[in-house]
Design a protein around this ligand. Structure first.
Ligand code: SAM
Length: 273
């Protein structure tokens, strides 16, 4: 079967790495595990042995057909031939236990996929992903550095991210150009910052807007990049210097700005909290 570059196909073949990933996931038989991008089944088949059932989402029809007809499925494997970016994970969870998502992700869609999964975080217990090391660097970055940005802030607000280990290029066929890392994400049941919790779904939308605007041009000061959302006085009212650049702000400060933006869009006289 041909390797389809457009689907970011780099197949894992290193038994030690596969074992480490499975040990990190440590599934219980009844866990509701969903694998994104099962490919030729490097993680799928050993995972299935540890589970009562497994769902997988694969965009490549040929690979999906191969998984469906493989006798190792034993009636326990459910294959969704679909783009994971369009999967409604909330519907997939339904009324059952939250899902555990795993995958050696196609690198070309990893960032939009993270944002998509964040939208469905209430349906998800945890996630274990193989990603480009550079993407994991951005996710776990602290404020102040060049790696810190929109993805890191949004994930820090809604989830706990832990880098587990790095994986060299030689563990894949074909070998990718860069090193990979395995990441664990645990969505927070409640927003991790009080200010956002009080604001509900609207607060979530406000945070997305503020963070996207702030990082739309990283070299601009907050005063310039947030011009359409908050004026300098409002930024100052949150105890934040409008001359700062976005990369020095902690996630909690973005939450404060989002709360201020939401309140001021509701009422100009609202206090900053
Ligand atoms: N899990 C396999 C492994 O570790 O060997 C394959 C990993 S490979 C890096 C990524 C897999 O994701 C491929 O099978 C690819 O076809 C699939 N894929 C790519 N884009 C996808 C998408 N949007 N939705 C679902 N699967 C996708």
């Amino acid at each position: 079967m041909p390797v389809r570059k457009r689907f970011g196909q780099h197949f894992l073949h290193d038994p030690a790495v596969i074992r480490r990933i499975l040990d990190s996931i440590a599934p219980l038989r009844e866990d509701r595990v969903v694998e994104i991008g099962p490919g030729r089944g490097a993680l799928t088949w050993p995972l299935l042995q540890m589970l009562d059932a497994l769902q997988v989402i694969e965009i490549d029809r040929d690979l999906a057909a191969g998984l469906r007809t493989d006798s190792r499925g034993g009636g326990k494997l459910q294959v969704h031939v679909q783009d994971a970016l369009r999967m409604d994970f909330t519907a997939l969870r339904g009324t059952g236990a939250p899902l555990r998502i795993v995958g050696n992700l196609p690198y070309n869609i990893s960032t939009p996929l993270m944002f998509h999964l964040l939208e469905h975080r209430a349906a998800i217990a945890d996630m274990h992903f193989m990603l480009q090391k550079e993407v994991v660097d951005r996710i776990v970055a602290e404020p102040g550095g060049k790696d810190y940005g929109r993805l890191g802030v949004m994930l820090a607000v809604h989830a706990q991210a832990t880098r587990l280990f790095d994986v060299g290029r030689g563990s894949f066929k074909p070998a990718p150009k860069v090193t990979s890392s395995v990441l664990r994400l645990r969505p927070a049941i409640e927003p991790r910052f009080e200010g956002l919790k009080a604001l509900g779904a609207e607060g979530d939308a406000a945070l997305k807007r503020v963070v996207a605007a702030a990082f739309s041009q990283r070299r601009k000061t907050l005063r310039n990049s947030l011009l359409e959302l908050l004026d300098s006085t409002e930024i100052e009212a949150c105890g934040i210097d409008p001359q700062l650049r976005p990369e020095v702000l902690a996630p909690a400060q973005f939450v404060q700005l989002a709360a201020r933006y939401l309140r001021s869009s509701r009422s100009a006289a609202a206090p900053c909290r």
